[in-house]
Write a protein that binds this ligand. Structure first.
Ligand code: FHN
Length: 699
């Protein structure tokens, strides 16, 4: 009998494993681990995308039917199902009204191509769960509408013909599928009983397999989105990345396949799985990001999906400046159009695409296939770069006439070979000459192009650029003394410096090793070669600080006091004047005392932090949503407000010993996150250890 029992037990365990394996996508293995890819293979795969620099985003689906209007309001977009709290059955009613008889794949692709766009990213399925293609695994698709045409198939054929790369946006979040979790918190009528998230992932993979295998060489990019909810994580993301690449190895996948995207800033937290490129949304990074692939996506007006009342369209000038700014920082620009329920681009979008195309027709080479500016950005405009054979071309994008009619480009050691107007090469070339480390060009006050006049500056040889010497120190404050480290990142140069604020010459001190300073000092440095300056001048002051005194604490007990609150806030409320729902002590920033939903709650953590040494300390909070950090009752980190995970740091000179320490945090809805770190001159950034946190027991 025992043997039978064992067999029965083994069979039951095997069956459970088998069911678990087929539902738990997290455990699947693929014939190749695409996460471990050589740089050469990755560069080859990314090549067309980096060359493209400019693409069209299209948000199109059932939400075009209400066109932003529901009840008394007309400000909705593609989120209308949930922001207007439209019940599922009511929203499904739009299926019978979606009949875009004026849709023409030819017209759409022509408008994109004529605008100088090299790829199109269209929503195969947005958060509402509706598929605008013929899906065999869902009835909630375009074949259920009166239109009954596979929109993606028609676009794929047209893009193939016109040499445009067709790409698909696919939402992980799905407000329609019964197995997707979590539900919208207002959707109390849709039970979660029996819902299995892993079964939803299996369904999503089936739809992705349709998208990856039924449309020829499309999609060239899978643009995931809706990855921020609590049910999705990096493990699912890595599995999905491998799954997609196993079906189409050369495809490119954005970072929203994973988790831990830093909100609209769009980059994945360091150390986390980040797909193939970052996705800033409605914003452009302040500077280029060497070695990183990224794409800024933006709307033309305020909405991604069509809203008939939204006439707040950006001007063509602003759109072209955005395109140039992004390319000058080494990124791609994905510009959105939200077509109408009839299948037409809004006339304002058509007009802008046409005007952008007119500029791109004459200046496209200064965008396509370019690299980021090697000399930064300027008040008068932006710079993009190309290497041509053994030489280098700088494209100077002049948005507005420079002061004194001159463009001064510091730090270029190359010999200038020529200059010309890209759009009018026969026009008299701008005069240029070398002055010290700079190339100076004369630019007329009346520019050829009122939006962006491009001057091509040809340089001999590969880029030989010397931005000002770089200060390698993270801190500019010290308590006793510090060593200032400088570097010339262009190579083959000698740095000379002064410590009294005067301009360095070839006769000034030569930088050989880090400079020791013991009082507040201004360091001024410049790079030289063959006794000639080859960079501009860097000036940085370093301040000596008196450390704040520590606080004697008797009978300090481990951990912080916590006070728990609930409420709907857009910024931190005055917790210290509110009655806490719960309170106690925690060893760190533990939030297990919060409500089960993890929404609309806040904490105050209060006590002492014990510093091991006297010195300069940097504290930071990375939180979704808002947080603040106070030392000795003084605000040091203000990271308040509604936002995705955002990090803010503050630096202070502090004496070893105890200092009063408060962290306040709140979460509204959606993602939630709180990380609190410290660092000093002698300690790398790390989470504050439990053994540094104390409180004084109430008597
Ligand atoms: O929620 C979506 C939104 O509807 C739109 O698709 C944008 C475009 O990138 N992405 C999400 C918001 O970050």
């Amino acid at each position: 009998m025992k043997i039978n029992f064992k067999i029965a037990l083994f069979s039951a365990l095997f069956l459970a494993f088998a069911i678990g394996a087929c539902h738990s996508s997290k455990k699947t293995t693929y014939q190749k681990d695409y996460l471990n890819e050589s740089d050469a293979a990755r560069n080859q795969r990314m090549e067309w995308w980096r060359e493209a620099r400019f693409g069209l985003f299209i948000h199109w689906g059932l939400y075009a039917v209400p066109a932003g209007e529901w009840g008394e309001k007309n400000t909705y977009g593609e989120w209308i199902r949930t922001t207007a709290e439209i019940p599922l059955k009511t929203y499904d009613g739009f299926v019978g009204k979606f009949n875009p008889t004026q849709f023409s794949a030819h017209d759409w692709v022509q408008m994109a191509k004529n605008a100088g766009m090299k790829y199109i990213v269209i929503t195969s399925k947005h958060h509402d769960g509706f598929a605008i293609y013929d899906s065999k695994v869902s009835d909630f698709d375009v074949m259920a509408t009166p239109f009954k045409r596979d929109i993606l198939k028609e676009l794929a054929d047209e893009c193939k013909k016109e040499g445009i790369k067709l790409c698909f946006y696919h939402s992980i979040m799905d407000w329609h599928h019964p197995d997707y979790l979590p539900r919208r918190n207002w959707e109390t009528d849709r039970s979660t009983k029996g819902a299995k998230f892993d079964r939803y992932v299996t369904y999503m993979k089936k739809q992705l397999k349709e998208l990856l295998t039924n449309y020829g060489d499309a999609p060239h990019v899978l643009w995931f989105d809706g990855e921020w909810e609590s049910t999705w994580n990096s493990e699912y993301g890595k599995d999905l990345y491998n799954y997609v690449r196993s079906l189409k190895p050369d495809i490119i996948i954005n970072n929203r396949v994973g988790a831990h995207r830093d909100g609209m800033a769009g980059f994945t937290a360091p150390g986390q799985f980040a797909g193939d490129f970052g996705t800033p949304e409605q914003e452009i990074p302040a500077t280029g990001l060497p070695g990183m692939d990224w794409e800024s996506c933006m709307t033309m007006n305020n909405n991604w999906g069509y809203n008939k009342a939204d006439k707040n369209f950006k001007s063509t000038k602003e759109l072209l400046h955005n395109l140039t700014d992004i390319a000058s920082k080494g990124g791609n620009f994905l510009l959105n159009v939200g077509p109408t329920a009839e299948g037409l681009f809004p006339t304002e979008s058509i007009q802008r695409l046409k005007e952008i195309g007119e500029w791109m027709k004459k200046n496209g080479e200064s965008i396509h296939g370019t690299l980021a500016s090697p000399i930064g950005s300027f008040d008068w405009g932006r710079v993009t770069m190309k290497t041509k054979g053994e030489n280098t071309i700088l494209y100077l994008h002049v948005f507005n006439s420079p002061s004194h009619g001159q463009i001064i480009l510091h730090g270029i050691a190359n010999t200038p070979m020529g200059a010309a107007y890209l759009a009018a090469p026969m026009t008299k070339s701008p005069h240029f000459e070398r002055v010290d480390d700079a190339i100076v060009l004369d630019v007329p006050t009346k520019l050829l192009d009122p939006i962006n006049t491009v001057i091509m500056l040809q340089l001999k040889g590969k880029p030989d650029i010397h931005m000002v010497p770089v200060v390698k120190n993270k801190l500019t404050t010290f308590v006793e003394s510090m060593y200032v480290s400088l570097a010339d990142e262009g190579g083959n140069a000698e740095i000379h410096y002064t410590l009294d604020g005067t301009q360095p010459t070839i006769f000034s001190a030569t930088y050989l090793t880090p400079i020791k300073i013991e009082e507040t000092t201004t360091v001024t440095a410049r790079s030289f070669r063959d006794d000639q300056p080859i960079s501009g001048t860097m000036q940085q002051s370093f301040w000596k600080k008196e450390p704040k005194a520590s606080t004697p604490v008797a009978a300090a007990a481990p951990g912080l006091q916590y006070f728990y609150f609930e409420g709907k806030w857009e910024k931190l409320p005055p917790f210290d004047s509110m009655k806490a729902l719960k309170k106690g002590t925690v060893t760190n920033f533990d939030r297990s005392a919060k409500n089960k939903l993890g929404e609309n709650y806040g904490f105050e953590y209060r006590g002492f932090i014990k510093l091991p040494t006297t010195g300069i300390y940097t504290f930071s909070t990375a939180s979704d949503d808002g947080s603040v950090l106070l030392i000795d009752n003084e605000m040091l980190v203000d990271n308040d407000g509604l936002h995705g995970t955002k990090k803010v740091a503050g630096t202070l000179a502090l004496q070893a010993g105890y200092h009063e320490f408060i962290v306040r945090y709140f979460n509204s809805v959606g993602g939630e996150d709180l990380k609190v770190t410290w660092a000093s001159e002698t300690m790398d950034e790390q989470p504050i250890p439990d053994n540094a946190l104390f409180h004084v027991k109430a008597k």
